[in-house]
Design a protein around this ligand. Structure first.
Ligand code: LMR
Length: 328
């Protein structure tokens, strides 16, 4: 037991190799914040870990640290720049300190579904965004999908005015702050790892997230119910330290990037199904799910869409137009 405890402790010290690593292998630590099963990111990260450890044995080794056990999303990018972690997949909402381009993904009702998001990301504009933080030391390796966001609170939410005066947790994004303010709510930025406690203790009254996060972190247990608003998207950037990537031997880098792209493609195709299953699990566990009539949904659109104008300068009118064309 002592030995096992010792290995576990060593594994958490940045810079020290862990169980899957042999002498001389490139060490790849992947820190993220969600659970691992029934979750698009958790499943993709585990698959990546498995494939790197199987196929690159002798050259590289990977360990995934899920559930904010190593860093939360507010810290992970700094840790990456310091070389303490090599991979992360924060949501696109969490890059504000590095670029404002990703704000397009947070604008409410910008994309009608994840297929539209995928098409925009595959466009020249979307692909160029992967390289938009190179000067800041970060390289995007690909977009990982989660899904559409839903809205939950400690009281029923059917029209936006139901949110008046409520405190909502948001990710660290000024677009999401503006979105909640447009509903007459008061937004509070909070790390993902704090949300369950924040809802349970009434620090905040509600939150927005995907089914896989609402199920994975049991938010539904401490909320009156969840309303299927599909009002925005939550997607990730798989990101690395550009100097680390450039420092790899070419064959190691090529093999690693090939595995990354294959895992991205395989798992992105399944993200909607994973969220659907999580929604069913919420219902099976007794969580209340509310659907909107077309009229009610239009009221959410009318309340939130004015937020676009505020951020048009950051995201570009041409990008907004391109996104809207994809939706048609
Ligand atoms: C959140 O903070 O709500 C999400 O970005 C967490 C995640 O990684 O899905």
């Amino acid at each position: 037991f002592l030995k096992a405890a010792c290995v576990a402790a060593v594994a958490l010290v940045p810079g020290v190799a862990f169980a899957a690593c042999d002498e001389g292998e490139v060490v790849i630590k992947f820190s993220h914040v969600t659970n691992t099963d029934k979750h698009p990111k958790g499943i993709a990260a585990s698959l990546l870990e498995q494939r790197v450890n199987d196929e690159m044995n002798g050259k590289a080794c990977m360990e995934v640290f899920p559930n904010s056990t190593l860093y939360n999303d507010d810290k992970v990018l700094e840790a990456m720049l310091q070389g303490d972690v090599q991979l992360a997949a924060p949501s696109l909402s969490k890059f504000e300190k590095f670029t404002k381009q990703f704000r397009i993904f947070d604008l409410p009702f910008m994309f009608k579904d994840i297929t539209a998001v995928e098409a925009f990301q595959a466009s020249d504009a979307g692909q160029a965004m992967l390289d938009s933080m190179q000067k800041r030391g970060l390289q995007g390796l690909g977009y990982w999908h989660n899904g559409m966001k839903q809205m939950s609170a400690n009281k029923p939410l059917l029209v936006p005015t139901d949110a008046n005066g409520l405190k909502f947790r948001v990710q660290s994004s000024d677009v999401l702050v503006a979105q909640m303010e447009a509903m007459g709510a008061s937004p509070q930025k909070m790390a993902f790892s704090e949300v369950y406690g924040g809802l349970q203790q009434g620090v905040v009254d509600g939150q927005e997230n995907t089914w896989s996060n609402i199920y994975g972190k049991k938010f539904f247990e401490v909320q009156d119910g969840t309303t299927e608003t599909d009002h925005g998207i939550l997607d990730y950037l798989l990101v690395t330290n550009i100097d680390w990537l450039n420092g790899l031997d070419a064959d190691v880098r090529d093999q690693f990037l090939t595995i990354v792209h294959e895992v991205t493609e395989t798992r992105n195709k399944e993200s909607t199904a994973v969220n659907q299953a999580a929604k069913e699990s919420v219902i099976a566990a007794g969580g209340v799910v509310r659907e909107l009539t077309a009229e009610q949904r239009q009221a959410w659109v009318d309340a939130m869409k004015p937020v676009w104008a505020k951020f048009e300068g950051d995201v570009g009118t041409d990008n907004i137009e391109a996104a809207q064309k994809i939706n048609m």
